[in-house]
Design a protein around this ligand. Structure first.
Ligand code: HEC
Ligand code: HEC
Length: 318
């Protein structure tokens, strides 16, 4: 505050408090002349009302005096008297810093457990898992669903079924979160032709059952075209993020048309990188929650997520 404004504020405070104090003291001391009947002699409403003389009630005097004392003590202790900062040295910025530091210390304490415990052993009720859940809901639910069971429309995988495209050890999962992932499945429609496409699709859907062994054309095409990434047995390759094609889980849907579309047109699921938006500790907290959530094997909320996806305000709801 510049000296001028400081002086101006001090002037106003002194003036206001001074006038109020003067009136207060003066009112106590002044004597109002009274008539023999004890009134001031003023008559109102054609003589029906006459103005009496009363002392100010004691409680009012005490309360007002206390008000003056409070105002002055406050101005001595806290900022308010122009540029004078108050003898306590309190500032709102200082208060904010103190609270921020307290918060940071509390967070530090919450995160500390991640150094002692493996990410996949944190129980779901632990504060760090609860923090992870909050971060998950803020950042990830729009794509992976509020309960982390994935969203087919986006190719965002289920994160709580214990199966992982890129591997499920804590370091790999945290790396997926911080650096992002981009799985690239090339389009094979032209190379395979219509018949080839149908054969391979049938073979992929039969993978893991005895029927697959009888589909010789599909098998041969799969082994020459697809096995390099998905493996001879179709179980996928975590180094490439090539999914296991033998299980019941599908990133993009498991009906004939969806699987054929995946093979014909290719797919490219993109997981954004969160480095810079989430700290390493925060990413680890989210991973801890995912593991803790996985223990419970939740499955039922998928329908609700798909419904939210169809709502016009997508994203805002999270
Ligand atoms: C824009 C949508 C989107 C958002 C937001 C998003 N993800 Fe993903 N995520 C994906 C997609 C798509 C994939 C699959 C990538 C692929 O196919 O290679 C993926 C993959 C992953 C994987 C690897 C899964 C595996 O099986 O190996 C993890 C872990 C993951 N996401 C966690 C998260 C977390 C945690 C967040 C929030 C901090 C998040 N994702 C936010 C779309 C998203
Ligand atoms: C260059 C490596 C590569 C080759 C070759 C490849 N794929 Fe893929 N495929 C992938 C990757 C990576 C994904 C995951 C894409 C994503 O994450 O969006 C994928 C996804 C798929 C999917 C979708 C799976 C799901 O869960 O929805 C199907 C089906 C599939 N591939 C079948 C095939 C078939 C059949 C062939 C051979 C004609 C083949 N792929 C060749 C890498 C490959």
């Amino acid at each position: 505050m510049s000296p001028f404004w400081s002086g101006w504020v001090i002037f106003l405070i002194v003036l206001n408090l001074g006038i109020a104090l003067f009136l207060f003291v003066w009112a106590q001391r002044m004597k109002i002349p009274t008539q023999p009947d004890g009134t001031t002699g003023h008559a109102w409403a054609h003589g029906v009302l006459r103005e009496g003389v009363r002392r100010l009630p004691l409680w009012w005097v005490i309360l007002s005096a206390a008000g003056f004392v409070f105002a002055m003590v406050y101005l001595v202790l806290y900022p308010g008297f122009g540029g004078f900062g108050g003898v306590l040295g309190w500032t709102s910025a200082g208060e904010h810093e103190r609270e921020a530091a307290e918060n940071a210390a509390r967070l530090e304490q919450v995160f500390a457990v991640l150094d002692e415990m493996k990410l996949d052993q944190v129980p779901s009720g632990h504060p760090v898992a609860r923090l992870g859940r909050q971060l998950y809901l803020d950042n990830c639910a729009a794509c992976h669903g509020t309960d982390a069971t994935g969203r087919t429309a986006l190719g965002a995988p289920n994160l709580v079924d214990g199966k992982w495209l890129y591997g499920g050890d804590p370091d790999t999962v945290v790396k997926s979160i911080l650096d992002g992932r981009r799985g690239t499945m090339p389009p094979w429609g032209e190379a395979l032709g219509r018949d080839g496409l149908v054969q391979v699709t049938s073979y992929v859907l039969a993978l893991g059952t005895p029927a697959a062994e009888t589909m010789t054309e599909g098998k041969a095409r799969f082994e020459t075209t697809c096995a390099a990434c998905h493996g001879l047995d179709g179980k996928g390759n975590p180094a490439l993020g090539a999914p296991d094609l033998t299980d019941e889980d599908w990133l993009y849907g498991g009906d004939f048309a969806s699987v054929m579309a995946s093979i014909r047109d290719g797919r490219s699921g993109q997981m954004p990188a969160w480095r810079g938006r989430l700290s390493e500790q925060e990413a680890r907290a989210v991973a801890a929650w995912l593991y803790a959530r996985g223990e419970k094997k939740p499955l039922a909320r998928r329908v609700a997520d798909e419904t939210i996806a169809a709502a016009p305000s997508e994203g805002a709801a999270y």
